[in-house]
Design a protein around this ligand. Structure first.
Ligand code: KG4
Ligand code: ZN
Length: 354
């Protein structure tokens, strides 16, 4: 008889991730091949290059995960795979491997929304880690990634009500663009966090788009303000407009700090307001930007002050990985969902729609 284990595959963007997860919670193996070094010279993800790299890496990643998990096919209850949203060519690689395995091994196949994976990363436990209390409902979920930024209410498993989302850029996209403006390389998020840690002065003020009293977000104005501020800082330092010579590291650090503070302020303020207004029993934070130290720290502080537990995965489970697709996929499998072997990529697929 099969154990409550799923084999989970993620290939929506620039990480090839394969995991084995038990009961939507306990990780048995979780292998991620990152393409960061491959895309860094271009300063961003090149879709065609990403798809080819998934093709190159997916079978070695599968082998490594399978060996690390030490399970047999008889133990696997289902195969779960990211169906969307993401880059079409990248998604197709994972989907085709999942369909092939499902067909050869006669296993049920479950397509998973990538954003739902980011939410369900909060349920994951590392191998050998102590049991902790999982998120309680109603929960407020804040997902902040390179492609998406939204707040949702969860009244139960798999039950989402979208509270608000970005009307333009995602927060991670803004981090990446401003990282490039500051000459910090790709991806901008971790680079901005690192640069900001070196800031001596903490008085650079970047705009915050509050979007009235809605739960929506907007980061394009912030990006424009950052461009203007970087240009005038460069003029102050007598540098030409083209970023041939970098700004002084002191000024770079101050601007990185100011930008990060603006993003964190808006994200935390809206998540806390949602938790208060909805009487949330927990707050869940996920997505690549949730790896950000100041965001985690400030949300933890304000959630504690409100008396609402915050559940946030360790940074390696906030960025894209297979385990989160196993966590969400297990819930879908338990709810009786099955995908056919005709499963196709859904490049744009909002969380709340199925
Ligand atoms: O969730 P993710 O791995 O991929 C998508 O689904 O988009 O998120 C990637 C995003 C990138 O924009 C990256 O700059 C950002 O997450 N990110 C961070 C940090 N680590 C990754 N942003 C801020 N601080 C970080 N430490
Ligand atoms: Zn993601």
């Amino acid at each position: 008889m099969s154990l409550p284990l799923v084999l989970a595959i993620e290939s929506s963007c620039d990480e090839t991730g394969i995991a084995v997860v038990e009961s939507g919670r306990r990780i048995h193996a979780n292998v991620v091949a990152s393409q960061v070094a491959l895309h860094a010279p271009a300063g961003g993800i090149v879709p065609e290059v990403a798809a080819r790299a998934h093709l190159r890496w997916i079978l070695p990643v599968l082998d490594e995960a399978w060996t690390a998990a030490g399970v047999g096919w008889g133990d696997i209850a289902a195969i779960t795979v990211t169906e969307g949203p993401g880059l079409a060519g990248s998604l197709l690689v994972g989907i085709n491997v999942a369909k092939t395995l499902a067909w050869i091994r006669r296993k049920p196949l479950v397509g998973v929304n990538h954003l739902e994976g980011h939410v369900y990363a909060a349920w994951l436990l590392d191998p050998g880690a102590a049991e902790v209390e999982p998120p309680r409902f109603p929960a407020v979920a804040l997902v902040v990634s390179g492609g998406h930024t939204f707040l949702a209410e969860m009244r139960d498993h798999l039950d989402y009500r979208l509270l608000g989302e970005t009307v333009d850029d995602a927060a991670g996209e803004a981090f990446d663009k401003v990282g490039r403006l500051l000459g910090l390389g790709y991806p901008g998020g971790p680079a901005i966090q690192r640069a900001a840690e070196g800031a001596i002065r903490h008085d650079a003020v970047f705009p915050r788009a509050w979007m009235g009293d809605s739960y929506d977000f907007s980061f394009s104005g912030l990006k424009t303000a950052a461009r203007r501020t970087v240009a005038s800082a460069r003029a102050d330092e007598g540098l030409a407009d083209e970023p041939a010579a970098p700004l002084s590291s002191a000024r770079t650090a101050e601007l990185a700090w100011g930008f990060q503070d603006s993003v964190v302020d808006v994200l935390v303020t809206k998540a806390i307001r949602a938790a208060r207004e909805l009487g949330a029993a927990s707050i869940v934070l996920g997505g690549g930007v949730a790896a950000n130290g100041p965001l985690r720290a400030r949300l933890a502080g304000e959630a504690a002050a409100l008396g609402v537990p915050l559940v946030v995965p360790r940074p390696g489970l906030c960025t894209d990985n297979g385990a989160m697709i196993g966590a969400a996929g297990w819930r879908r499998f338990q709810a009786g969902e099955r995908s056919s072997l005709d499963l196709e990529a859904r490049p744009s697929w909002p969380l709340a729609a199925r």
